[in-house]
Ligand binder design. Structure first.
Ligand code: NAD
Ligand code: MG
Length: 378
């Protein structure tokens, strides 16, 4: 029995992870459930999965403590949860740079991390990878593209991959021009054609900043220089990413768009579980399409490569600025194209500072302040 701690249990990834646990009750249990502010859903999850520990970072006024052996409450619930025992692996599925300290602490303690929270790797790349290496602690990708690459690499033998191909759906605005993108609304950005996800990553998919973050994530996870990571738009979201080898062989992982597969693979690796659900029928497909991203309309897609070349805390600044931009855009206070523009400017300003945990968090804060100061009303 593997006891999984879920950091972000009421989110899109957290809920799907609980579906996997529910489908394999003799393999997994939920040792700890931690959420941000969704008290009613957390309550329901506690009743169903009976974790030893639960936590709520931002409880509503008058919140009554649920019936669990241990309960964490308040903004540092996430950090406290990382100090506890009672789980064998932690699925980090909170959103944003808030996950960085947690991921570092879990790795330091030798607790395997199942990583959905890409922002931690973006902001703290070498730090996080260094900790995983030094302590020999597994760090398994949950992001679908990185899981796909990780799955393809199981067939590598002694061969280093020559190139990584990250696929991108293109989001709801694929095909729109720069001028058209200047007028899009938060509601339109939140309507993703293929995936149902949290609000922040859905906006990132619309701007294609998500792919920039994923380029940085892939570079760290798989030790690949930016010039050997290619982004390809693939609107069907069937090919989840691919790896090219020296002889030109391109290995890809295909499947229906369902995050339960990468979540379950990270939970059960190296074993594969008999997941319930539909299977991909190749004969039912109406073709698969691949094209270059439109960098003119979606300049954010290039920023991951640039951030990696700048190095140091530049990726942390890019990420922090983007998080603030997305909040402002969703609040109707920033035009959509300004997300990429302000995030790029914040990133370039941060170049030249070496990466430490404190420097990354300072660059994150500084980048948010910069965005706040520059933001013109939408
Ligand atoms: P979400 O907004 O749906 O869920 C986030 C969860 O984290 C919620 O349970 C929220 O309550 C909790 N949370 C947020 N801040 C917290 C804090 N400070 N302390 C404790 N809990 C906190 O987001 P999501 O779509 O599930 O995404 C989670 C992460 O996974 C993100 O980093 C995202 O980029 C990544 N990811 C998501 C998907 C997807 O399909 N949703 C795919 C790939 C990667
Ligand atoms: Mg992804």
């Amino acid at each position: 029995m593997k006891r999984i701690a879920i950091f972000g249990s009421t989110g899109s990834i957290g809920r799907q992870a609980l579906e996997v646990i529910a489908a394999f009750p003799d393999r997994f249990s939920a040792g700890l459930l931690l959420a941000g502010s969704n008290a009613p859903l957390l309550q329901e999850q506690i009743g169903r999965f009976l974790p030893e520990t639960a936590g709520l970072a931002f409880p509503p006024a008058g919140y009554a403590r649920p019936a669990v052996a241990r309960f964490l409450q308040g903004p540092d619930a996430l950090e406290q949860a990382c100090e506890l025992d009672g789980y064998d692996a932690a699925l980090v599925a909170v959103v944003g740079v808030a996950g960085l300290r947690a991921v570092c602490r879990l790795l330091e303690r030798g607790i395997p991390v199942l990583l959905a929270n890409k922002e931690a790797l973006v902001a703290g790349g070498e730090l996080v990878m260094g900790l995983a290496r030094r302590t020999g602690t597994p760090l398994l990708p949950v992001d679908s593209e990185h899981s796909a690459i990780f799955q393809c690499l199981q067939a590598r033998g002694n061969n280093a991959p020559a190139k990584l191909v990250l696929t991108a759906s293109g989001g709801p605005f694929r095909g729109l021009s720069r001028q058209e993108l200047a007028r899009v609304t938060p509601d339109q950005a939140l309507r993703h054609p293929n995936w149902s996800m949290g609000r922040k990553i859905t906006v990132d998919s619309a701007s294609m900043m998500n792919k920039a973050l994923e380029v940085i994530e892939a570079a760290h996870l798989f030790s690949m220089p930016p010039e050997r990571i290619q982004v390809v738009v693939h609107r069907e979201s069937i090919v989840h990413s691919a790896v090219e080898f020296a002889d030109g062989a391109l290995l890809a992982q295909l499947g229906l768009a369902d995050m339960r597969l990468p979540i379950a693979y990270a939970m059960s690796y190296p074993e594969r579980l008999p997941l319930p659900g539909r299977r991909l029928d190749l004969t039912a497909l109406n073709g698969l399409h691949f094209e270059r991203p439109d960098e003119e309309a979606f300049p954010a897609v290039r920023l991951g490569h640039e951030a990696l070349r700048l190095g140091g805390v530049a990726p942390a600044a890019l990420n922090g600025a983007n998080e603030r931009c997305v909040e402002l855009f969703l609040a109707g206070k920033l035009a959509f194209p300004d997300i990429a523009e302000l995030a790029a400017a914040a990133m370039r300003r941060a170049a030249g500072v070496a990466l430490t945990l404190e420097n990354a968090l300072a660059a994150d804060a500084e980048a948010r302040a910069y965005v706040q100061a520059c933001a013109k009303p939408a």
